[in-house]
Write a protein that binds this ligand. Sequence first.
Ligand SMILES: Nc1ncnc2c1ncn2[C@@H]1O[C@H](COP(=O)(O)OP(=O)(O)OP(=O)(O)O)[C@@H](O)[C@H]1O
Ligand SMILES: [Mg+2]
Length: 224
Amino acid sequence: MSLTVDNLSKQYPTRSGSLSVLSNVSLSLEAGQALAVMGPSGSGKSTLLQIIGTLDSPSSGSVSLDGVSPFALAEPALAAFRNQHIGFVFQDHHLLPQCNVLENVLIPTLVAEDGDRATFEKEARRLLDRVGLSARLDHRPAELSGGERQRAAIARALIRKPKLLLADEPTGNLDRSSAQGIGELLSELHRQDGTILMVVTHSAELAARFPLRAEMCDGRLEPR
Ligand SMILES: Nc1ncnc2c1ncn2[C@@H]1O[C@H](COP(=O)(O)OP(=O)(O)OP(=O)(O)O)[C@@H](O)[C@H]1O
Ligand SMILES: [Mg+2]
């Protein structure tokens, strides 16, 4: 399992011309590796993560996951690829307010064709146990603490057993002790599952949990 990003560049068209956000970013990560990406606000961290996660496309350059270049795929193959291989955790949990915790974790499985409902539900319960939410299965997001919402979001990101887990400021909205709990959980799950993990964070404390660190600076990714 490997992720290769080669000479990725991104320009956004703007009313006053074109804004260069990423210039020739290259990186390569193997199964079991975790990279923390830091850098100032507006330096392109989320843009990089969104492109690697196939939620946005590059202006030039390539991304390949296990030799597959997702941008060569047309919809709906691209959506299926994303659903099967990539898990996302965002700063704001993105849980559906009208669904309970168990239902939220099962959302990515609704379009999956490689399992049945009972198997997926068993896996969701197992994951929710791993993230410490077994006693909150029927709570809606509004009935959870901030840290619990992020735990549910992490379980949802892992339900399809992704090769690649992308987290953009996963502790950005949490107090220090909840943030520590989420940091611990992410690194523990990563260690156990051997996924490739990329975490964007402003927190030096969270970044310090991961052996590989880099900083976005003027659209370039510099090792730290
Ligand atoms: N759709 C868009 N169109 C034009 N410019 C954009 C668009 N999305 C982002 N940008 C610009 O690209 C730059 C990088 O944005 P990005 O969200 O990647 O930064 P970031 O490093 O994640 O910042 P933060 O730490 O504040 O989350 C910013 O200056 C932003 O204004
Ligand atoms: Mg960002």
